[in-house]
Design a binder for this molecule. Structure first.
Ligand SMILES: *[C@@H]1O[C@H](CO)[C@@H](O)[C@H](O)[C@H]1NC(C)=O
Ligand SMILES: *[C@@H]1O[C@H](CO)[C@@H](O)[C@H](O)[C@H]1NC(C)=O
Ligand SMILES: *[C@@H]1O[C@H](CO)[C@@H](O)[C@H](O)[C@H]1NC(C)=O
Length: 482
């Protein structure tokens, strides 16, 4: 082929590549506080099917890391706050990094040292452990010859800084010293500052917060700041951090968004539409490469959406929405349309999910439920009933369906153990899906390969379905013939 032809080829190749060239890389947080865990390999396949190349874990779960080996996905592992005061950094590097990294291994690029350790709510209890842990771990990485490859970061909550307008941003006064140490450390190791930003929480926690300012479609309440105007909470928050970093002498420090997202259930304002509009708005904003007023043309380098999957076992202390942050449900099914700009137009669902048999536990249709209160309370204190509350997808259920929902959540949590649907005779197993409208009565999943004894059961249940289908059809025909 002549040089003219090859130039044409290059031009075509470039034209093809340009729209794919992404300044901010979109990754996902993979939290595992779920009663119903899919197999880690199923989750990794879900990431791959959606062309997701970066994932953030909250610990160094060996099963997750093993599943990520050879996937080509870049990984941020985490050290929980509670471990900071006691952990042995050499041992950590050996057990949780060196063992997995290398050719065909897990591509561990970052270690998050603590998770939001400076959060106001923690009352400073982790404050003194962060910098020593960083320094020790860095020494251990150097000794293991990994320091140039694996970067240490400290994901901070946006409550680490404050201001009325972005340009005046500064870290909380009591954090000045530690932030100075942290940011110098990050700078000397070419690590980014990692921050978690949640416009949903601003909206949820503050009745005066203008709703449209939380999203990316423009705002009827823009925030003027000198020569600049802010039209969304994300830009305002991001630039407040840029200003705070500048005050410490690091105006160019790279910023990574460790968590950002929108929940879909468990609160007014947490719904599928809002989550889709927020996440799509965010992705489009990042891919536009517009950046923010203080960093025009340079959006954050990496952005990790929170989260990949719903986590039904999370604490509801922050609110019932806490268990519903997933872009995918607990079983890896996309909850709404989203174009991540990674090459797929829409989201792909998880494949080969290992469900328990198709059966549910419901309130017995003919029994008297006056004595059910204790059972209801106990079921919901162990299993997840958050969707029953105000603003939840199951908040419109009647009293009896409410009970069924609670019974079923508990029954699935107990892996459909027959006794767990007893409730002193008030419960009953059914093979007909009791889901109503948007309110889904779940069937549990398992991260184990179902034993051979369970499989015929699954098949039996579909035979049962067909029988019921035929029976319903026969009844309908009878009614028509009358
Ligand atoms: C390695 O990570 C696991 C999972 O987070 C943790 O339980 C373990 O304590 C870590 N090992 C060390 C030596 O800190
Ligand atoms: C969904 O949430 C948004 C705000 O987060 C709210 O404006 C909207 O009314 C909600 N939609 C429904 C159907 O509740
Ligand atoms: C259903 O349960 C929820 C949560 O306990 C409660 O707020 C709601 O009032 C119940 N609805 C009915 C109809 O009993």
């Amino acid at each position: 082929m002549g040089s003219g032809g090859s130039a044409l080829c290059w031009t075509l190749l470039c034209l093809l590549l340009v729209p794919l060239q992404v300044q901010s890389a979109i990754g996902f947080n993979w939290g595992t506080l779920s009663f119903h865990k899919m197999r880690p390999s199923t989750v990794v396949d879900l990431l791959k099917a959606n062309k997701i190349t970066k994932v953030k874990l909250f610990d160094a779960n060996p099963d997750a890391l093993r599943a990520l080996m050879g996937s080509g996905i870049q990984v941020m592992i985490g050290i929980p706050n509670e471990m900071l005061s006691t952990f042995n950094s050499d041992l950590f590097v050996r057990q949780n990094i060196s063992r997995f990294i290398g050719k065909g291994g897990a591509d561990i690029r970052y270690v998050a040292v603590g998770n939001e350790p400076f959060l106001t709510g923690y009352g400073g209890q982790f404050l003194n452990y962060v910098v020593p842990a960083l320094l020790n771990l860095q020494q251990s990485l150097l000794r293991a010859n990994l320091a140039s490859y694996v970067k240490l970061v400290v994901p901070c909550n946006a409550d680490a800084y404050q201001s009325n307008v972005p340009s005046q941003g500064m870290f909380r006064p009591e954090l000045t010293q530690i932030m100075t140490q942290l940011v110098s450390f990050l700078d000397s190791n070419a690590s980014p500052f990692v921050v978690n930003i949640y416009p949903f929480l601003s909206l949820y926690g503050n009745a005066d917060f203008p709703q449209d300012y939380a999203f990316f479609e423009g705002s009827s309440h823009p925030v003027p700041d000198g020569p600049n105007t802010y039209y969304n909470a994300f830009d305002g928050n991001f630039d407040t951090l840029v200003a705070a970093l500048s005050k410490l002498g690091f105006p160019q420090m790279p910023i990574v968004i460790g968590e950002i997202g929108w929940p879909t259930d468990g609160a007014v304002g947490a719904n599928l539409t809002a989550a889709r509009v927020f996440n799509q708005g965010l992705v489009n904003h990042l891919l536009s490469n517009k950046g923010t007023p203080l960093r025009p043309g340079s959006p954050p380098t990496d952005v990790y959406l929170f989260g990949l999957l719903d986590e039904g076992a999370k604490s509801t202390l922050p609110g019932n929405f806490e268990r519903h942050w997933g872009v995918f449900s607990f079983d890896g099914q996309a909850k709404y349309r989203l174009n991540l700009g990674l090459g797929n137009r829409g989201l792909k669902n998880a494949n080969n999910v290992q469900y328990l048999p198709s059966r549910w536990c419901v309130a017995h249709p003919t029994r008297d439920m006056t004595q059910v209160a204790d059972h209801f309370t106990r079921a919901c204190s162990e299993a997840d009933c958050t969707t029953l509350n105000d603003g939840g997808s199951c908040s419109q259920l009647g009293e009896k369906d409410n009970i069924s929902y609670a019974f079923n959540s508990y029954y699935q949590l107990q892996m459909q153990n027959e006794k767990s649907c007893n409730f002193d005779g008030l419960g009953m197993v059914t093979f007909l899906d009791p889901s109503v409208g948007d309110c889904r009565f779940l069937v549990g999943v398992t991260d184990k390969d179902l034993s051979s004894s369970a499989k015929p059961m699954a098949r039996w249940s579909s035979i049962y379905h067909i029988c019921i289908g035929v029976a319903v059809w026969a009844l309908t025909m009878l009614t028509f013939n009358e």
